[in-house]
Design a protein around this ligand. Structure first.
Ligand SMILES: [Zn+2]
Ligand SMILES: [Zn+2]
Length: 898
């Protein structure tokens, strides 16, 4: 007889099994093995990353899919790795240098990059070790880093390929500049605040050069006026017709600038006259190009005003803004300042306000790349879950803009372009050139910039598999099957990977994309360091176990919907683990000493003949019921996993294991295990092992450690060394027994009804009661269930009432398919005392209900209280009303006796 320790200890168990699995190579995907396959690439966490609840959710979902497919016998690859995270990692090391009283410029580029590598070797990739604690079954033998030699070669190949095709170009454009990170950013990295940020719209008079009143322009960034080179009005705007072609004087700078007519001016905005600052605004840049206006850059790269800003040179941009507004006011040129929601973009990495700047950068022409990526979604080759992301994806793709890929950083893939000092031409090459390709001069210098981090990430699904080489891994595992990722990187990463997949591999990189939800705190706020509302997942794992955390988060998170999480919610998963543990302990103590084999395969072999005595002998109603239910649960679990409804699959398993297997089946077979005949006992034992074996396998992808521990303890012959490579259960329908399901359903309802009456009337659990049933034709069924009812509901006797016979003065409950169940109290309990207690209960219920109803009737409460509080009150009111109905019913029945 095997025995489990009294209490489940996740920590020791989890570490032991993880080592076992990894040691046996079960995580490894073999590119030389034939047959069906499943592959998936991890969204590479930043090399500086630490495990967050977002990672827990994302990686738990991936691991569930990966473990499921591995158990299906598929050759399964989960490719792990980290991203070099250009700005992020550079920031970390720069902070370290600042503490040492130095900076990267003092160190020089080469030594700085060495420092970053040293940092990466020492501290980088901690998050991958943390993923192991979570149980992630990545193929660690294949761990990749976006700056590995192989992946760097892929980046170089991609750049040269696109350059040669004319899809990469260098251009002077208005780009998003972060004055803190001191680099250009892509559109996606310059994040807009929804609805804008509170600011002002300043109305400023530009007097006419000939002494007239001139025009009033409106701006949210007055400091940029230092770089104005024109004022633009709409050609049809009567108000300004006379001014077009004339000059106004730019205040503070005292420079005459022309008034131009441009069709793109919005007559409704401000005064209808707009200032034109070509070097600091994307629209103005275009206006300037149409009218051949000069551009004046008035800001330095660190956000201070440059020499071109005259008296304001050297001031920070926001200090300059204040000074300029004050000066304008003093000169009587500030007409008004009106409160205004200003559209602002902020740096994705550091939240600093972005400055639009005229700058020469490298760009990728995206429109041609988007063509197959649009078709992929429209034809269904690529599916997005939830489906609503399809519209978002297509809208972005169809309006795609060129991608600014150069970054003024030192950490990253250096741009493979060399400029010639003699012929001024550029050389772009797969291997570092020593001379200019055009004139042969050796006087060449490489572009100092590096590439956007996402320029390596968009190659991830195939660069990790060896591209640009043609490798067996690539042939075996590309394209991948599913991508599970956070929705906030749909444009940064997902959309670009699709484009890269088609461009470089000629094939979509994945079939399905699942966007996982955002983990919020219990009040619905995003988890953040500054709010301190994010639990440390490793501490949660220490306290509750990885399985508990995985199961909780998977149950809470429908694909694509936000999750509200707090550490204590993990009790849900831990309680479930303990419930399973205790039920298994009970089972093991009652399985006898020898091996107890499950009914062959699931469904068992040989199949049972329904209703009769099967060849196995002794199979009882509870056995037939639980095996039939198991078939349904297997089907439903599989269907939900296949449709990425992992939370539904988790809920189905939870309800079946906790409610039906542990609470009912185990109770139903106790009399058989303790005193049944040998055939019945053997059948119940085999059924119990069959069910435990199956549910452990069904649950394994969700709770890998606990299921392995329990599965290994079952006294049966195992088909594999580990549950993680055992087959995932299949349903065939052979065990389907709808009759048994219907009967047990009636039994459960009857027992529940009697238990409820007992507790409502305050009858002690030890006291056995007789019941009387108005069965109306279901007498035979009742007799069949009598034994179970007696043992499960502490019933001393079951009396069948005659046709239309209804006793008075006895509380009752109606059970569908059985009839009305009466609990006679006469001579058993003091009916007067019971009535008195029920009346007191009713009084309390009514009082509480009245209070809640009054609260809910107050419009200010419903409008102002948090939604979940209002919901809770509503639910409480509903429960109280139900309770009131029950009490009134019992009182009425008791009263009839008096
Ligand atoms: Zn920044
Ligand atoms: Zn040259």
């Amino acid at each position: 007889m095997s025995e489990l320790p009294k209490v489940y200890d996740p920590t020791a168990t989890e570490e032991r099994w993880y080592r076992h699995w990894e040691g046996r190579g079960y995580f490894h995907a073999d590119e030389h093995r034939d047959g069906p396959r499943f592959s998936l690439v991890i969204p590479p966490p930043n090399v500086t990353g630490m495990l967050t609840m977002g990672h827990v959710l994302n990686n738990t979902l991936q691991d569930i899919l990966v473990r499921f497919h591995r158990m299906e016998g598929e050759n399964t690859l989960w490719m792990p790795g980290t991203d070099h995270a250009g700005i992020g990692t550079q920031n970390v090391v720069e902070k370290q240098l600042a503490k040492e009283g130095t900076n990267r410029h003092a160190l020089g580029r080469e030594r700085f990059v060495e420092r970053v590598w040293a940092w990466k070797e020492q501290y980088g990739g901690v998050i991958l070790r943390q993923l192991k604690r979570l149980g992630c079954s990545c193929d660690w033998e294949r761990e990749r880093f976006t700056m590995d030699p192989g992946l760097s070669a892929a980046v170089r190949e991609a750049f040269v390929h696109l350059y040669d095709k004319g899809l990469i170009y260098r251009g002077l454009r208005i780009i998003h500049w972060c004055v803190r990170c001191r680099t250009a950013l892509s559109d996606e990295e310059a994040v807009t605040t929804e609805g804008g940020e509170p600011g002002s719209l300043w109305h400023i008079r530009y007097p006419a050069a000939d002494g007239g009143p001139g025009v009033v322009v409106a701006t949210t960034r007055p400091e940029t006026m230092l770089g104005d080179t024109a004022v633009a009005v709409h050609p049809d705007d009567e108000r300004y017709r006379a001014l077009v072609g004339k000059s106004v004087i730019l205040p503070l700078m005292n420079r005459p600038i022309p008034v131009v007519a441009d069709e793109h001016v919005d007559r409704e905005f401000g005064t209808g006259a707009v200032k034109v600052t070509p070097a600091h605004d994307a629209n103005d840049f275009e206006v300037a190009a149409r009218h051949h206006l000069p551009s004046v850059t008035i800001m330095n790269l660190d956000g201070t005003i440059s020499e071109a800003g005259g008296p304001y040179a050297g001031l920070d941009r926001f200090a300059a803004r204040q000074r300029i507004v004050a000066d304008l006011e003093q000169q009587g040129l500030l007409i008004k300042a009106q409160p205004y929601q200003v559209p602002v973009r902020r740096c994705h990495r550091c939240d600093t306000v972005i400055e639009p700047m005229l700058s020469t950068q490298w760009f990728v022409k995206m429109a041609p790349l988007a063509v197959p990526a649009i078709a992929a979604v429209k034809t269904g080759r690529l599916r997005l879950f939830p489906e609503r992301w399809t519209g978002v994806y297509l809208h972005w793709m169809e309006n795609i803009r060129d991608w600014c890929i150069s970054r003024q950083l030192w950490w990253g893939h250096r741009i493979p372009v060399w400029y010639c000092h003699d012929c001024k031409d550029e050389t772009v090459a797969r291997t570092d050139p020593t001379v200019c390709r055009h004139c042969g001069s050796a006087r060449i210098t490489q572009d100092p910039d590096v590439l956007d981090t996402w320029f390596s990430s968009w190659l991830w699904p195939f660069s990790t598999m060896g591209w640009p080489d043609d490798t067996p891994t690539l042939r075996r595992f590309y394209p991948t099957d599913t991508l599970v990722t956070a929705a906030d990187i749909i444009f940064f990463w997902v959309a670009r990977m699709v484009m890269a997949g088609y461009e470089f591999m000629g094939e979509c990189p994945f079939t399905d994309v699942c966007f996982n939800s955002i983990v919020r705190d219990s009040q619905g706020r995003k988890m953040s360091k500054s709010l301190g509302n994010s639990p440390d997942p490793l501490k949660v794992i220490d306290t509750y176990g990885a399985d508990a955390l995985r199961f909780t988060i998977a149950s809470l998170a429908p694909i694509g919907q936000d999750v509200r999480f707090s550490e204590d919610k993990t009790e849900f998963g831990r309680n479930f683990a303990n419930k399973i543990w205790n039920a298994t302990r009970f089972a093991l103590m009652n399985l006898g000493d020898g091996l107890v084999e499950p009914w062959g395969k699931i469904p068992p072999d040989p199949p049972l003949s329904k209703g009769g005595d099967p060849s196995g002998g002794g199979v009882g109603l509870p056995d037939r019921w639980i095996l039939s239910r198991l078939e349904t649960v297997i089907e439903e679990t599989r269907a939900n996993v296949a449709a990425y409804r992992l939370n539904d699959a988790a809920t189905i398993l939870y309800r079946f294991i906790w409610g039906e297997l542990c609470d009912w089946y185990v109770e139903l077979i106790k009399p058989v295990l303790y005193g049944g005949d040998e055939a019945a006992k053997a059948a119940a034992r085999r059924t119990l092992v069959t069910a435990l074996d199956a549910v452990m396998r069904l649950l394994h992808p969700f709770m890998p450690f606990l299921t392995e521990e329990i599965w290994q303890s079952l006294p049966m012959t195992r088909p594999a060394d580990s549950i993680m490579i055992a087959p995932y259960p299949h349903a065939t329908g052979a065990w389907r027994d709808t009759a048994a399901e219907a009967v047990v359903q009636q039994l459960i309802e009857t027992v529940t009804a009697i238990r409820n009456i007992r507790s409502e009337l305050g009858i002690p659990p030890t006291m056995a009661l007789p019941i009387r049933v108005a069965a109306d034709g279901n007498g035979a069924r009742l007799r069949e269930l009598e034994g179970y009812i007696k043992s499960l509901a502490r019933v001393s006797g079951v009396e069948l009432l005659g046709e239309r016979e209804r006793p008075s003065g006895e509380p009752s409950a109606v059970v569908s398919g059985i009839g009305e169940v009466f609990v006679p109290l006469r001579g058993v309990v003091d009916a007067t005392a019971v009535r008195k207690r029920l009346e007191q209960d009713l009084g309390k219920v009514e009082k509480e209900l009245k209070g809640i109803e009054a609260k809910l009737a107050r419009p200010d409460f419903v409008a102002k209280a948090p939604e979940d509080i209002v919901d809770k009150e509503r639910q409480r009111a509903m429960a109280l009303r139900e309770r009131r109905t029950v009490l009134e019913r019992h009182l009425q029945q008791l009263g009839a006796e008096a």
